[in-house]
Design a protein around this ligand. Structure first.
Ligand code: XIL
Length: 375
């Protein structure tokens, strides 16, 4: 029976099929190739392994050190991790010339012990820059600022060389109208800073996959078109870019994007794609209509990734509502994650599980490094 036919049959027998699929995954998961926790066969990471997809989360490293319930979910459910803050410039170099690698090193070590790949986040951004840099920037010449950026990228990528699967090299360089963001980088260095950043990162770790990452490019429109034009140009010029990250911070009030279409057209440029920061916020308190929309958001974003062979990871931006960045940034909104305030799984979690369980007909991706969970 071909796989398309098989998956059609599976879809018609959801419940029975899930049981079968869970037990198939159990065979894959029974002997993890890493010394970490036993991976439950119905976990997100085990269910995604047969199609070569990595399921990731942003990690709050304070909780990793202090909260066993958080850490248990992290390591049993996810096969990729992204530091939520500790690889950002203000965190790694709070004082010029003095590096603070310890929190990120601890996450990288934990990932290795638990069979997880690391998404490095992020090298060039306009936010979370150290104060010494933002204060000094206006008095620096273009050459001085370029040298500082080159040193930052070279030092950080070199420090983690061989340990990072995907790097978010440049983050959020565009405005929603498709013009380039007026950051210190654009002001002083012009748009060439983007290509330079990729070249410097590649020189420091030729094996890491280098990504451009942004939000609101899930919807086709001026911003995703501008990013498409940029990455097409970078590819044409031979700049070492390997992928585009779609942050996928969604909000029930704005509806769902035509994400599969966008992932597909970027993939056709010869790039990997990834969903890098998925969450689905809504106004509080959550009505049942809103929660249905949130569940639909998680379902369709994961389905979009599964449908596109070049989509190598699906990463949620944290997994517990109690620790989400959303309430602090979007007034009156929250409940954006797949576990509730008490780290109990929500329907948003269950739909990811179910969607993966039904995805055996999805194309197998080969760029995800074979997961230890499959042996
Ligand atoms: C956010 C973190 O979640 C917060 O803890 C921090 O205070 C601010 O940054 N896009 C990104 C992420 O690329 O780095 C941001 O993370 C969320 C939006």
């Amino acid at each position: 029976m071909n796989s398309r036919r098989r998956s059609a049959l599976i879809t018609t027998a959801v419940l029975g099929a899930s049981v079968v699929l869970f037990s198939q995954a159990a065979a894959f998961a029974s002997q993890p190739a890493h010394p970490g926790p036993v991976v439950p066969p119905d976990s997100l990471r085990a269910l995604a392994a047969p199609v070569g997809l990595r399921i990731g989360t942003a990690v709050n490293t304070d909780l990793l050190a202090s909260n066993p319930a958080y850490t248990k979910i992290l390591n049993s459910q996810f096969s990729s991790v992204t530091p939520e803050n500790v690889m950002k410039w203000e965190s790694v170099e709070p004082t010029q010339g003095t590096y603070n690698w310890a929190p990120a090193d601890a996450l990288v070590a934990s990932a290795k012990a638990n069979g997880q790949l690391v998404r490095g986040h992020t090298l060039v951004w306009h936010n979370q820059l150290p104060q010494w840099l933002t204060q000094e920037a206006s008095s620096l010449s273009a050459d001085q600022l370029r040298a500082i950026l080159k040193k930052h990228i070279t030092d950080e990528v070199t420090h983690f060389k061989g340990k990072i699967w995907q790097w978010d090299v440049v983050n959020e360089a565009f405005n929603d109208d498709g013009t380039l963001r007026n950051s210190i980088w654009l002001q002083k260095l012009g748009s060439g800073y983007i290509a330079d950043a990729f070249r410097w990162a590649h020189a420091a770790d030729p094996k890491a996959k280098l990504f451009y990452n942004d939000y609101n490019i899930e919807f086709t429109g001026p911003k995703s078109n501008a990013v498409y034009a940029l990455v097409s140009q970078l590819k044409a010029q031979g700049v070492p870019i390997d992928g585009v990250g779609f942050q996928t911070h969604l909000d029930t009030q704005y509806g769902l994007p035509d994400l599969e279409n966008n992932l597909q057209r970027f993939a056709k440029l010869g790039l990997n794609v990834a969903e890098t920061e998925v969450d689905m916020r809504t106004t509080l308190p959550v009505t049942s209509l809103e929660q249905n929309a949130q569940v639909a958001g998680y379902t369709t974003t994961l389905q979009a990734c599964l449908a596109v062979k070049q989509c190598i990871s699906y990463t949620v931006w944290g997994f517990g509502d109690a620790y989400s960045w959303v309430p602090g940034v979007f007034a009156g909104e929250g409940a954006a994650d797949i576990y509730d305030e008490n780290l109990q799984p929500k329907p948003e979690y269950t739909t990811l599980q179910q969607t993966l369980a039904l995805a055996t007909g999805a194309p197998h991706r080969t760029d995800g490094h074979d997961s230890g969970d499959r042996h």
